[in-house]
Structure formats: structure tokens, C-alpha cells
Design a protein around this ligand. Structure first.
Ligand SMILES: Nc1nc2c(c(=O)[nH]1)N[C@H]1C(S)=C(S)[C@@H](COP(=O)(O)O)O[C@H]1N2
Ligand SMILES: [Mo]
Length: 436
């Protein structure tokens, strides 16, 4: 039995031993290197030496950008362990999205839930000793274990949609800086936990409280002590609604480490950034929270229409609240070739905290539309599933377009509503299909 190394230095020295004499070294240790520590190893000669672990040499190792890890390793033991088919957009911090055709399930399985990290997740979490602090402008500050949450409050399970505010950013022109999400920074899993509202009411919300502030146990990319990568909040009226959970289970099991284990907030319909992962503290404030990624232009859009590329003054940005009406086509996969003209088109639709009233499908570039069959949400906060039997009249190339309309009559636009940071792209999803 090899001793498990337990510090970065120890990993480093084992790795150096491996570089000196691969035949004699403890090869197995590499598989256990936490991904945050791997970064230092994977440069130049270090990367070349990893050939042993990958089962092949790396002819172009000199070109490998430092800071990335080989995808083959990432999938096996890194942040994407337990995920299936996600596209890694960045490994520091970890950001991975799900191709639309892998989001076909009515309820998103954990292995298909996207990952959006702003910092470095905590490495060792102990659910039994995890504590959540509720303080700030409350009558009685609380410190709760997960066992306390389960025993003192009603435990509920709900399907809840989380979408990153930057989903669809890849399609902005001029481009917006940040993760180039295409379609897959959205999911609707089953979450089990207690209502945020019940916990806040148990602590007693003071009259002066106007905003929540959330903290998690992840570290800033700089690893600086006490510096949070992200701390967002929401107006107290929103926090006291029924659909927001402090969740300790995802699809009937412990949360995935990258989705916030052992405890997180789930705020459906608002930007995913409200749903603090690795949740350690919620405090109530008498000002709009000003934590990291609450200020400047983070998660904000201009409060008036702007031209693509237009410079917008900082004071003209508003904090994003609800996410806009949107839909996703999950079948067929784009670029699919079908042998029959009769096909089923499927997908999901959602609109912040509203319900969807219709999803329309077009196969003729928007000239005519047919109504999809639309399910009611399984509960409020869940996306709605839809399907349509579609007939492709003759062989050839088609695009399937989907357009959702919500119960306030708002429908998805054809073109992107451009904004400087690339948020809220709810333009229609188009997939290419060849009837051959
Ligand atoms: N502690 C913490 N919570 C966080 C984040 C983070 O980086 N750290 N990212 C937020 C953002 S921007 C999004 S979109 C969601 C994504 O949740 P997921 O990674 O479980 O899909 O988590 C949010 N909660
Ligand atoms: Mo996000």
C-alpha cells in the first residue's frame, strides 16, 4: 500500500521522483493528485513525463498551455469525474457545459448538470460537521448543521432550473469576455433541502433587512486567505418566496462536489450566481449587498437598449433579477441525419419565475409555426418539457427553430439583445437536420 501524499510539496516530490526514474516511482499517486495541485506538474517536461499515465507519449507537449490539464486526466479523476459528456470550457476555474442533446431528460441527472465555478472549490468537505450561519439583521443568529436543517425544518424535494446569467455568451458579436457558454449552462435537477424562507423566518427577519448576502467555502483563484471568489445576494422579498431551497441532496443523493457539496442555495429562475454553492453563511443587510461579483458590471445589464459594441456608462447598469423566456431543443441533436421525414422534436422551456404558455416550432426559417405539446411544470421553479411531431416534406437540409412565449406574453427574440458582458442571450435555438 502506498501512503497517500497529503500536501502539495509531497505530491511535487513524488512527481520529481517519477520524472527521474519512472520505473521506480509510485505511478499511482498521480491519479490522486487534487486537480488544483496538478496544474504545477503539467508543464514542459512534467507534461511529457505524464505520457506514462496517459498510456501514450504527447508529441506536442511543448505547445500545451500551462494551466490546462489533459482532458483525458480531467475526465478520469479531475473535476469532471462523475460527469458525462460535458464540454470543459476552462479548468481554472472549472467551467463545463452540457451539449443540448445530452439535456434531453425531463429532470437533469447529476452527471449532466453543468459546472460554473468562479474560484477553487473546497477539497475535503465533511457533511457531518458542516455549519451554516444565519446572521446579520436577524433577531436570533443561528448556527445550523445539516442534521439541524433536516430535523428543525420541513424537508422538500423540488425540480428547480438553474441557468447561468452568461449562458449563450458565445454568440455575441462583438464578442463578450468571459466563459464562452453556448447553450448548456442550464439544468433542472431534483433538489432536496429546506426552504430558505423557513430558515430566515426562524431566525427572525428584522424590519431594516432589505438584501441577503451569501458566502461559500470556495477560495479565490489567487488562494488569498479570506478572499471570496463570489458572494451574491437578492432582495429580501425574493428570499422569502417559497421555491428557494437550501439543498443537501441532488437527484436523491449527496450533491456532486462541483455542484456545491455538501450544501448550497438553489434560487430557480434567477441568474445561477444567486445559488451559492458550498454554502457557509447567509447574512441580512440594510443595503444592496456589495460582495465580490455584486458590484461594477458583474451580472448587470444596461437599463436602456444599446447598439452592439456601444460603450455603456457604469451607472447605467442594473442588477439582473429574473432570467428571460427561453427554450432548448434537446432532440434531434444538431447536424443529425434522419432517414424518415416524420420526426419528434423535444426540449424544455422556462422563463424566470413565470410559466411558459406556448412553444412554437418552425422548419421553414420562421415562415410558419406549429404548436408543440407543452407539459405543465412539475412544480413552480421547474422548466417545462415539450414535444412536437414534425413532418419534413422532402429530402434536404432543414433548420428546426423553437420559440417559447411566457404567461406575460413575452417571446424569445430572433436576434441577440447585445450587452457589454454577454448576459441573458435568449435568442431562439436553431438545430440543423438533414433528411437524407
Ligand atoms: N460558492 C460559489 N457558489 C457559486 C458559484 C461559485 O463560483 N462559488 N458560481 C455561481 C454561478 S455563476 C452559477 S451559474 C451556479 C452554477 O451552479 P452549478 O455549478 O451547480 O451548475 O453556481 C453559483 N454558485
Ligand atoms: Mo453563472
Amino acid at each position: 500500500m502506498q501512503k497517500k501524499p497529503n500536501s502539495t510539496e509531497e505530491y511535487q516530490s513524488l512527481f520529481e521522483a517519477y520524472e527521474k526514474d519512472p520505473a521506480q516511482a509510485d505511478l499511482d499517486f498521480l491519479g490522486r493528485v487534487p486537480y488544483k495541485d496538478r496544474r504545477g506538474f503539467l508543464k514542459g517536461a512534467g507534461l511529457a513525463a505524464l505520457g506514462g499515465l496517459l498510456g501514450a507519449s504527447i508529441p506536442f507537449h511543448r505547445n500545451f498551455p500551462s494551466g490546462l490539464i489533459p482532458v483525458a486526466l480531467a475526465d478520469e479523476a479531475g473535476p469532471l469525474a462523475g460527469k458525462d459528456g460535458l464540454t470543459l470550457l476552462n479548468d481554472r476555474p472549472v467551467n463545463a457545459e452540457t451539449p443540448p442533446h445530452l439535456l434531453d431528460d425531463a429532470i437533469t441527472p447529476t452527471n449532466r448538470h453543468f459546472i460554473r465555478n468562479n474560484g477553487i472549490p473546497p477539497e475535503q468537505v465533511d457533511p457531518d460537521s458542516w455549519k451554516l450561519t444565519i446572521d446579520g439583521l436577524v433577531d436570533t443568529p443561528l448556527e445550523l448543521t445539516i442534521a439541524d436543517l433536516k430535523s428543525k425544518f420541513e424537508v422538500v424535494t423540488m425540480a428547480l432550473t438553474i441557468e447561468c446569467g452568461g449562458n449563450g455568451r458565445a454568440f455575441f458579436n462583438p464578442p463578450a469576455k468571459g466563459n464562452q457558454w453556448t447553450y448548456g449552462a442550464v439544468a433542472c435537477s431534483n433538489w432536496t433541502g429546506v426552504r430558505l424562507k423557513d430558515v430566515l423566518e426562524a431566525a427572525g427577519v428584522k424590519d431594516e433587512a432589505i438584501y441577503t448576502a451569501h458566502e461559500g467555502a470556495d477560495m479565490h483563484l489567487s488562494m488569498a486567505e479570506g478572499k471570496l471568489p463570489i458572494s451574491r445576494g437578492m432582495p429580501i422579498e425574493k428570499a422569502l418566496t417559497d421555491d428557494i431551497l437550501i439543498a443537501f441532496e441532488m437527484n436523491g443523493e449527496a450533491l456532486h462536489p462541483m455542484n456545491g457539496a455538501p450544501l448550497r442555495l438553489v434560487v430557480p429562475g434567477w441568474p445561477g450566481s444567486c445559488s451559492q454553492k458550498w454554502l457557509t453563511r447567509i447574512y441580512l443587510r440594510d443595503i444592496v449587498h456589495d460582495g465580490p461579483k455584486m458590484t461594477g458590471t458583474s451580472y448587470r445589464v444596461p437599463n436602456h437598449p444599446v447598439e452592439p459594441g456601444e460603450k455603456v456608462d457604469k451607472k447605467d447598469f442594473d442588477i439582473i433579477e429574473r432570467m428571460p423566456v427561453k427554450s432548448l431543443i434537446t432532440a434531434p441533436a444538431t447536424n443529425a441525419s434522419v432517414a424518415e421525414g416524420d420526426i419528434e422534436v423535444r426540449g424544455h422551456a422556462w422563463s424566470g419565475d413565470r410559466a411558459i404558455s406556448a412553444v412554437d416550432i418552425s422548419i421553414d426559417f420562421g415562415a410558419t409555426w406549429q404548436k408543440a405539446e407543452l407539459d405543465a411544470p412539475v412544480n413552480s421553479g421547474a422548466w417545462q418539457n415539450w414535444r412536437a411531431a414534425v413532418k419534413l416534406p422532402v429530402k434536404g437540409y432543414y433548420e428546426i427553430w423553437a420559440r417559447a412565449t411566457d404567461d406575460q406574453g413575452e417571446a424569445q427574440p430572433h436576434a441577440i439583445n447585445w450587452n457589454p458582458k454577454g448576459y441573458l442571450n435568449n435568442s431562439m435555438h436553431r438545430v440543423a437536420v438533414r433528411y437524407a
